[in-house]
Design a protein around this ligand. Structure first.
Ligand SMILES: Cc1cc2nc3c(=O)[nH]c(=O)nc-3n(C[C@H](O)[C@H](O)[C@H](O)COP(=O)(O)OP(=O)(O)OC[C@H]3O[C@@H](n4cnc5c(N)ncnc54)[C@H](O)[C@@H]3O)c2cc1C
Ligand code: FES
Ligand code: FES
Length: 1385
């Protein structure tokens, strides 16, 4: 190396939030996330998935261009970005935007004020995603926005966070927080918030928002780094094993002799999100700096794109460059390509993901790429460099070749111009792209994608349109790579389009686009191909086409047209293809001042620090010296002997300190991982694994990465000798009588005389329903940190919903007294029931390892391990016989329910009670049941938000729907006739029915019908369905009923010398706003002392972490009532304090007149008044259980060609009692509802034949995202009557509203019913009612299957028949649009 070069290379230098970091050495496989979380104080960057799928780790990356003196800012996923790739860059995290010390950024404040942060784990990533959009919007030449707003548009603001997942809020408040900064926002459209009050003017509202001033810009790139860049020092490649060739020649010499094992060629490493390679590389070659790979060239022959160019840059170029000069006829093609690319991954991935990386993944590893398909259709070519040879081949050839070898590089890709078409001829070019995926806006791989390019011309001599030429590409459907449908292309070429031709083409496409064996839902994917081709060509076949210009105009406005004729803006034209996200929504809450500040919609306690990322979760606690990290090795077999577990095999068990198993349990201890009311579960399998996912061992290593790698590479030797086959199904469990006992005391009681009820029935039907599982998907996975303390004690930080349970389990496992154990929990990044029992073994394993090794041990489960080892919702099978009258009145219901509890009982024995409780929302006449809890060799199922109740509510609706369809009655009328009256309610709910006035369901049922215009909309839906063939709508109104049980909770309130107040509480803050309500309660209860300034008491209160040694009897946080019980406990404490302080207060007031709170407290301290009070709230047995009510109306639209369900509008009315905090309750209602949508519509929990979860990542498990929630979600919280026996008349909100989501499923079913009627009519059959079951979740393929996988063929056959017989028909495509518009108007 020359002296010159020597001088110019240096260390890895970058900035984080303006702070300089220089790392003399680093393992080049280190990700930015790992570095930030372990080496800096910036913990806002959260690990949610580690695969680019959630956005919790998003940071802003800023690059400086010294030549143009410009800074480029864009968001990235820090979990996939390798540290060396950010040399000389600057990173901004949420802390860098603002913080508690220097002041929060308005983004933080708005997230907090719009109630957009619940558990807060997703919030910093959301804030940075929004900030990234804001920074870039401000750089544009858009008109200056009105004061206080940014240049962002509403649509951009929403999309800024569309790739970020949130499991708590339901997204609506997040969208509002984002939109509040948009230039075109209508402030009246923004939802409930803590900034303004109803009735204030727009100006006042605006003035109340935390000020955003675009001139207060955050310097994303520090000056010192600019100077360093100007000095021209580059990274010392050898030292870091990180090479950044600047030219193709340099790259060639680096690649010489590369066999692919030791060298990793990369651009942005996002491919790791999918492939999660475990290989360790000796060196990395970063292609970003090679000019040939980074160029974007446009000339008359087309666009040439360097392989390292990012997808975002391509989108920007294709969308916004002025193409007219070179390629006037290509604009639409480019814009469509760009539009499609916007559906690839999410913004923070596209910002770095390269086109070359994508194509190489597709070519080498069969990645289901979108880019390969769309570029294939437009006849792209690629340049490949192998050694010194540069070769240009078609993309098609490239894809068909054997995998690109490791010393070859993809240099560029070229999209040719479509100029071949003569602009003067009457030839028309058609180009369209299609994609079916679980999420419309992206962040989900496609089930199938397709792109079609065709040159057609209207014929003067013949009927119709002539296909001159076409290119039809299909991909991502389960083949090695994207393919052209050659046979179909050949068939269509030279043909005049008509129904016969289309029918043949569709049949041919279905026979051509065939997924390979092993692909999920192959028939569905083939049917998508048929549907897309149909959609592409049908608008060209119309009776008006051959004769009038009118046809052409019509046709041109719906498909591709000559550029010169494009008069409307692109977005207007294709507005039905670029879905807007959310429309404005209403939140109606009635505020009550009776118990001020209770009832105030104050912002969530800690909302702002959650947004800035300063809130500390367990994994944010800095590691103590010598800390080790653990990872579980789990079983992949359901029932097998574990002969041995080896972690010392290759590749790299680096840093492993120990592998613990049941053999390491201390002599006086016990192999116990969790303990609860119904039994215990072992920490590790003892020689025999009983289910896939069971913990076998705990690898402890120096870093989490090493522990994870070692666990991942562990080789478990299983033996099956002398073992019975495992029980993996409910049927098998029944066959082998494998059941858990259900204590008779909690087994529900039948109602009425079933024989009599059945005898009264006019009809009886019997059927079966199956329900699957659901995973929690809390954003913070299971985590704990255990620190050995003096005298054989141990302190454990646990992300737990029941630290007390972890406490006693740890003591038993270690064989030490409970007073030697202390468990601390400050906040939990989402629980949903999954951190009640499943968090205990996590804490216990860390404690065991720490105890044994005498070193601190922590773990943060990776998403996959978390998903596989943590139970989830209970699957079940229900067989019912229902008897009913001809008007739909049900007289008797007989149920047999088999519940899959998994291998250990956990909380499962409560399931019969909870299922029945919500199912009884209808008066079944007589009800009898036989419920069995099956013990299977599946992972233990445990409580998930509304356990059992959710299924019960669904079962009830499925039965009602069945009755309605068998009688051909409107479902709503059958619901109506079977709703409980107060008298029947008392029969079904003996202990919890309450007073007549409390039964608010019937009145809400009617009120919501009015406020949601239910009856009018039912008619509109009918009208819509009459005129639309390819989209059908459904609407459904559903009631829910949910019983909760108040539980004892302890609390302590202490007043410090300065008058500030500390609260300890048994309940845990999970994001549900418990601390906020508790603070309000303390302020309310202490106000009765009547001091000056008691209005400020709220600000004086701090709730602190749960500490199982400081406050005992904390119990578990779950069942929706912990906030209320915690408030009750705090009220008891405050009452004690008020009683103690009152005499002194009176004395002082007599002497001094009105006194201040701090004066009273300082006097009380001087006079030794006991200012710490604790209490255990124990609910009154007579009122410990009450019922919650709600109603929802949901309207959906089903696309019959893809099976996609769009939730158009939801109206909810929920009885919140007198809400303790309506903002918190609203958040719970919306969040729960959206989680319910996940269960009913999206979340596929699939296992392999051994019961091992296979939908174990963000790639395969799709929770609702911003683009799949209801477009409009209106919520009204009914402020129902005062009730002396409830806590300040409040009611629960955490779980019950989840059940309302069944209305979406019912609405989808109703839309499908219409589709099936239509399908039947096409087959010449009577289109009346057909009985069918819609799976849960009602995924796209499930819906499409019911709508007819061959719907297109059936339609074409019918059309052909109609033509032959001379009947009138229309294709319905354009009618779809017209009726939609009419309805929207
Ligand atoms: C969360 C997520 C969602 C996604 N969703 C979609 C989607 O919906 N549709 C879709 O099409 N794609 C999707 N992708 C894929 C994404 O487009 C690719 O990960 C990305 O384009 C790869 O670019 P990269 O620069 O990060 O490649 P890298 O990860 O750096 O490289 C990927 C592979 O290609 C090799 N490589 C890279 N460039 C070259 C080159 N020029 N020559 C030879 N070899 C090379 C590397 O060695 C590596 O093996 C998604 C990715 C993520 C993470
Ligand atoms: S942790 Fe990076 S995207 Fe999920
Ligand atoms: S607040 Fe979004 S995940 Fe909890």
């Amino acid at each position: 190396m020359s002296a010159e070069t020597e001088r110019r290379t240096g260390s890895l230098v970058f900035a984080v939030n303006g702070e300089r970091f220089e790392l003399p050495t680093v393992d080049p496989s280190t990700t930015l996330l790992e570095f930030l979380r372990t080496q800096t104080p910036f913990k806002s960057v959260k690990l949610g998935c580690g695969e680019g799928g959630c956005g919790a780790c998003v940071v802003l990356l800023s690059k400086y261009d010294p030549v143009h003196d410009k800074v480029e800012d864009f968001t990235i996923s820090s979990c996939l970005t390798l540290l060396c790739s950010i040399n000389r860059c600057s990173i901004t995290t949420s802390e860098g935007l603002g913080n508690s010390k220097n002041g929060f950024h308005p983004i933080h404040q708005r997230f907090s004020g719009f109630h957009a942060s619940q558990c807060g784990f997703c919030t910093p990533g959301m804030c940075v995603s929004l900030f990234g959009a804001l920074v870039n919007a401000e750089k544009t030449s858009q008109l200056e926005p009105p004061s206080g707003l940014s240049k962002l548009t509403v649509s951009e603001a929403e999309k800024a966070v569309a790739g970020n997942l949130c499991r708590c809020t339901g997204y609506r408040p997040i969208a509002d927080a984002c939109k509040s900064l948009a230039a075109d926002v209508d402030i009246e459209d923004l939802g409930f918030n803590s900034f303004w009050r109803k009735g204030e003017t727009k100006e006042v509202k605006m003035s109340r928002l935390p000020l955003y001033n675009c001139n207060d810009e955050i310097r994303t790139f520090p000056e010192f780094l600019k100077e360093e860049i100007k000095s021209g020092v580059s990274l010392d490649s050898k030292r870091y094993n990180w090479y950044t060739p600047a030219s193709v020649e340099e790259l060639q010499s680096l690649l010489k002799g590369n066999e692919g094992t030791g060298t990793k060629v990369l651009v942005s490493n996002t491919g790791m999100g999918y492939y999660k390679e475990l290989e360790r590389y000796d060196r990395y070659i970063d292609l970003k700096h090679i000019s040939e790979l980074s160029m974007l060239r446009i000339d008359q022959t087309g666009v040439e794109i360097g392989a390292a160019v990012t997808i975002s840059k391509i989108i920007k170029t294709l969308k916004h460059e002025n193409w007219h000069e070179f390629l006037p006829r290509d604009e639409i093609v480019f814009k469509r390509l760009a539009n499609h690319m916007e559906k690839i991954a999410s913004g923070f991935i596209r910002n770095t993901a390269s086109v070359g990386g994508n194509l190489v993944m597709a070519q080498r590893k069969h990645f289901p790429s979108d880019i390969a398909t769309i570029l294939l259709a437009v006849g792209s070519t690629v340049d490949i460099m192998s050694g010194h040879q540069l070769e240009r081949i078609t993309l098609e050839e490239f894809l068909e070749r054997p995998p690109l070898n490791f010393n070859s590089v993809l240099v560029s890709v070229k999209i040719p111009s479509v100029r071949k078409v003569n602009p003067e001829s009457n030839t028309i070019l058609l180009f369209d792209i299609y994609r079916a995926a679980p999420r419309p806006l992206g962040n989900a791989l496609a089930y199938l994608n397709a792109a079609f390019l065709a040159e057609v011309s209207p014929s003067e001599i013949s009927d119709g349109i002539l296909v001159n030429h076409c290119q039809l590409a299909f991909g991502a459907y389960g083949t090695k790579h994207a393919n052209k449908a050659r046979k179909v292309e050949e068939f269509l070429t030279g043909k005049f389009l008509n129904f016969e031709v289309l029918y043949e083409a569709v049949k041919l496409v279905r026979a051509t686009v065939l997924p390979e064996d092993g692909t999920a839902n192959p028939a569905y994917r083939s049917s998508l191909a048929a549907g897309f081709l149909f959609q592409f060509l049908i608008s060209l076949i119309d009776s008006g086409a051959k004769t009038t210009n009118g046809f052409l105009d019509e046709y041109k406005s719906t498909s591709l047209i000559k550029h010169s004729e494009l008069t409307q803006s692109y977005d207007q034209l294709y507005s039905d293809k670029v879905p807007t996200l959310l429309s404005s929504a209403k939140q109606v809450v009635e505020l009550s001042k009776s118990y001020y500040p209770i009832g105030e919609p104050i912002a969530k306690s800690g909302g702002a620090i959650q947004a800035s990322g300063e809130a500390v979760y367990v994994d944010d606690i800095p590691s103590p010296t010598n800390c080790l990290h653990g990872a579980f090795i789990y079983s992949k077999k359901p029932l097998a002997r574990v002969r041995s577990i080896k972690v010392n095999s290759s590749p790299h068990p680096d840093g492993v300190a120990a592998v613990l198993s049941y053999k390491d349990i201390p002599e006086l201890g016990e192999n116990i991982g969790s303990k609860h009311k119904f039994g215990t579960e072992p920490l590790f399998a003892e020689g025999l694994t009983l289910c896939a996912g069971q913990r076998l061992a705990f690898v402890v290593a120096d870093t989490q990465k090493h522990a994870d790698m070692a666990a991942n590479c562990a080789v478990v030797n299983y033996g099956l000798e002398d073992l019975e086959p495992p029980i993996l199904s409910l049927e098998e469990a029944v066959k082998r009588s494998s059941f858990f006992e259900i204590p008779p005391s909690i087994y529900p009681k039948p109602v009425g005389d079933i024989l009599k009820g059945m005898a009264e029935a006019d009809y009886k039907i019997t059927s079966e329903i199956k329900l699957g599982s659901q995973y929690y998907f809390y954003m913070e996975t299971q985590t704990a940190l255990a620190i050995p303390d003096e005298d054989n004690c141990i302190v454990v930080y646990s992300s737990a919903q029941g630290p007390e349970y972890a406490h006693s389990t740890i003591a038993r496992c270690l064989g030490i007294p409970e007073h030697n154990v202390r468990v601390l929990t400050r906040r939990v990044g989402g629980g949903f029931g999954g951190k009640i029992i499943p968090s205990i073994p996590i804490a216990t394993a860390c404690a065991l390892a720490a105890h044994k090794l005498r070193r601190p041990v922590r773990t943060y489960l990776n998403r996959k391990t978390d998903m596989i080892t943590t139970g989830g919702r209970h699957p079940m099978k229900i067989t019912y016989t229902v008897g009913f009258k001809s008007d739909g009145k049900i007289t008797a219901l007989q149920l047999e329910i088999l519940i899959d509890a998994g291998i250990f009982p956990d909380i499962s024995p409560v399931m019969p009670r909870t299922i029945l409780s919500s199912l009884q929302k209808y008066n079944w006449g007589a009800l009898s049941f036989d419920i069995k809890l099956c013990k299977t060799n599946n992972i233990t199922k445990t409580a998930m938000r509304a356990p059992g109740d959710l299924q019960g509510s669904f079962i009830a609706e499925a039965i009602i729907e069945h009755v309605a369809s068998s009688l051909s009655l409107e479902v709503d009328s059958v619901r109506n006739v079977n709703l409980q009256t107060y008298n029947s309610l008392k029969l079904f709910y003996r202990d919890s029915a309450g007073e007549h006035l409390e039964y608010t369901l019937p009145s809400m049922w009617d009120k919501l019908a009015v406020s949601s215009s239910f009856n009018q909309r039912v008619e509109m839906v009918k009208e819509y369905n009459k005129y639309n063939k390819w989209k059908k709508r459904g609407i459904s109104r559903v009631p829910i009923l949910y019983t909760v049980l108040m539980k004892p909770v302890s609390g302590r309130v202490s007043v410090l010398k300065d008058g500030s107040i500390i609260i300890e509480i048994g309940g845990i803050e999970l994001g549900q706003g418990l601390w906020t309500k508790v603070k309000q309660m303390a302020a309310f209860a202490l106000r009765s002392i009547q001091c000056n300034g008691d209005g400020e008491l709220l600000d004086r209160v701090r709730v602190i972490q749960a500490d199982t040694l400081s406050l005992i009897q904390g119990r578990i946080t779950g069942g929706s009532t912990t906030s209320e019980s915690s408030c009750a406990a705090v009220r008891l404490c405050c009452n004690i304090l008020v009683e103690r302080l009152s005499p002194l207060n009176e004395r002082l007031q007599e002497q001094m007149g009105p006194i201040k709170w701090e004066t009273l407290i300082s006097q009380a301290h001087m006079q030794s008044v006991n200012l710490s009070a604790s209490a255990l709230y124990v609910p009154d047995a007579s009122s410990s259980s009450y019922i919650n009510y709600g109603v929802a109306v949901s309207e959906v639209e089903v696309n019959l060609l893809t099976g996609e369900t769009t939730i158009l509008r939801v109206d909810i009315m929920y009885d919140g009692g007198q809400s303790l905090n309506p903002a918190v309750d609203l958040g719970q209602i919306e969040g729960a509802f959206v989680q319910g949508i996940g269960f009913f519509m999206f979340e596929e929990y699939l296992t392999n034949s051994d019961g091992l979860l296979i939908t174990d990542s963000t790639w395969t498990y799709k929770i609702p995202s911003m683009d799949t929630i209801p477009k409009q979600l209106n919520v009204e919280i009914l402020n129902s009557s005062h009730h002396e026996k409830r806590i300040l008349s409040s009611k629960a909100s955490g779980e019950p509203p989840l059940l309302l989501a069944v209305s979406v499923h019912c609405a989808a079913r109703s839309a499908i019913k219409e589709a099936r009627k239509q399908l039947l009519s096409w087959s010449g059959q009577d289109g009346s009612e057909s009985t069918f079951q819609l799976d849960v979740p009602a995924t796209m393929h499930a819906v499409k299957e019911l709508c007819g996988l061959d719907i297109v063929e059936k339609y074409l056959e019918w059309s052909l028949g109609q033509r032959k017989s001379g009947g009138a028909f229309y294709n319905g495509m354009n009618a779809d649009r017209k009726v939609k518009e009419a309805i929207i108007r």
